[in-house]
Ligand binder design. Structure first.
Ligand code: GLV
Length: 327
């Protein structure tokens, strides 16, 4: 039997290979760095499936080079790396990996909140530099998280999981979402406010919306200037939702207390990015979903979505539902 051909754009875990091997004629990009564009344009020529990730830009040109493509299975919940409209026009299914990384990303968000509020990175560096000569009441004093106000931008699954955790810290919870989520706001105990009010009132502003044309640069100079001088901005969603140049000014000129970032406009973030020079900016390299459970869940879910679509059935996590007219 002729197996459908699919390309996996990075070294994927064995849990995914177990699902695919024997069912799909697989080609896996085994190197650590992302496949060069030219390689992709050539290698996708006969492929019916692509298992992609945030390092692979799947645009018109790439789809044009893969005329047999039927499914793009993204190893991520976000899919801003894919031109979904172009895929839909070509009848290509696009899938993502929701749910499996919700807790991991919400946990990382709280790790960022606590790390920056309590100046953990700075405190660790202080100790190792030999600056810990004596204990004093004012050394390394940070912000209290318990009882403060958190403003959640985007009350999807991850935003809701952040709200749940915020309850454990007795936080007052505000949220803003493109469309009000009355169905879940009572469940998670979050109050809907307009974005400007959220920015004015919150001690921690945390971003959990997806990146699209309407959220690109959602947080710019105007928004940062609305925040309290004592507030911290947290971003574990997508870098381009925040205007990074405006954020640099906000943190260096102390319009706000600081920021904690898992994501950047351009990734991997260049080492000469000015934000990296600021002590009040906590940075980690896009590790929101980097827990064993979440990553294995993403591997299996993306493999299952790929295989289901290649078998001509509706994949569980179909993003562009309009492409599926069969049932
Ligand atoms: C990671 O950033 C994801 O979207 O899953």
């Amino acid at each position: 039997m002729l197996l459908p051909k699919a390309y996996v754009g990075f070294k994927i875990q064995d849990v995914a290979l177990k699902i695919l091997e024997g069912n799909v004629d697989l080609e896996v990009w085994e190197q650590d760095e992302a496949p060069p564009r030219e390689t992709l344009l050539t290698d996708l020529k006969d492929m019916e499936g692509l298992l992609s990730g945030i390092t692979i830009r799947v645009d018109e040109e790439l789809m044009g080079a893969a005329p047999n493509l039927r499914v793009i299975s993204n190893y991520a919940v976000g899919y801003d790396n894919i031109d979904v409209a172009a895929a839909t026009k070509r009848g290509i299914c696009v899938t993502n990996t929701p749910e499996v990384l919700t807790n991991a990303t919400a946990d990382l968000t709280f790790a960022l909140i606590l790390t920056s509020a309590r100046r953990i990175i700075e405190a660790s560096a202080y100790l190792r530099a030999g600056d810990w000569k004596v204990w004093t009441p004012e050394a390394l004093v940070g912000r209290e998280v318990a009882g403060s106000t958190i403003g959640i931008i985007g009350l999807g699954q991850i935003g809701q999981a952040v709200a749940k955790r915020a309850h454990g810290f007795d936080m007052n919870i505000l949220y803003y979402n493109r469309t009000r989520r009355q169905d879940v706001e009572a469940v998670v105990g979050a109050k809907y406010v307009k974005i400007d009010e959220l920015l004015r009132e919150s001690d921690f502003v945390t971003i959990h919306c997806s990146l699209d044309a309407s959220t690109r640069n959602l947080i710019g100079e105007h928004e940062l200037r609305l925040m309290k001088k004592t507030a911290i901005l947290v971003n574990a969603a997508r870098g381009a939702i925040v205007d990074q140049r405006a954020l640099y000014r906000a943190c260096s000129e102390e319009w706000i207390l600081g920021a904690a970032l898992d994501v950047f406009e351009s990734e991997p973030v260049p080492l000469d990015e000015p934000l990296l020079s600021l002590p009040n900016v906590t940075t980690v390299p896009h590790i929101g979903s980097a827990s064993r459970g979440a990553r294995d869940g993403m591997a299996m879910r993306s493999a299952e979505n790929l295989l289901t679509a290649l078998r001509g059935r509706r994949p569980r996590d179909l993003v562009n539902r309009e492409v599926w007219k069969k049932d």
